[in-house]
Design a protein around this ligand. Sequence first.
Ligand SMILES: Nc1ncnc2c1ncn2[C@@H]1O[C@H](COP(=O)(O)OP(=O)(O)OP(=O)(O)O)[C@@H](O)[C@H]1O
Ligand SMILES: [Mg+2]
Length: 196
Amino acid sequence: MKCILAISGTPGTGKTEVGQLLAKHLKTQILELSDFAKQKQLFLGKDQDRDTFIVDVDQLRHFLVDLAHRSDERFIVVGHFADEVPIDFLELIVVLRSNPVVLTQRLLQRGWTHKKILENIQAEILGDCTAQALTRHDHSKVFEIDTTNLSPEETVEAIEKILAGKGNQFVVGEISWLHTLDPKLLHQIMEERRLP
Ligand SMILES: Nc1ncnc2c1ncn2[C@@H]1O[C@H](COP(=O)(O)OP(=O)(O)OP(=O)(O)O)[C@@H](O)[C@H]1O
Ligand SMILES: [Mg+2]
């Protein structure tokens, strides 16, 4: 049964905010993967270099299969590794994208180190979450929304449009930050020497 609606994206792109609003609109449950992993202790250890915990994705998938089997209704799964949703249960996956300059400001506000921000900005420029989603799921189920100039409400409207089968403008391939950044700056970002 295809009951999981996944929302992925680089940290700070608005997954939690949008997911919670969407859950209200659709009157569905929402599962925040990072909270769930903490609650169930699904960690393999800590990545000291990256200052993050390493999630045991095999176990996580196992729990998600179990949840999906027990659910007779659609539910929303949110997280930057939401692509881990087992393929048989995925209705569709929406990757939220944000302009790297705007995203940098949001991550700076969180007090993150430049190193951690740069890693995430690089991932956003490379479209890492989308690439991950495409390696696991059928292309027809993967969508991207540029939320840079959208409110959370407008982003929810866009997701509802996709759910209604009218998501042509959100197919993968439309969003690229490469041409929005000065080549010299882009080079410095990739060498981890400068934030955008
Ligand atoms: N269009 C938008 N959609 C969602 N959030 C937005 C939008 N514009 C600005 N924001 C703001 O961006 C910030 C980051 O949102 P949020 O915490 O939901 O990100 P996240 O993707 O869940 O991050 P993490 O992966 O770290 O949990 C919030 O302060 C939110 O209000
Ligand atoms: Mg979040």
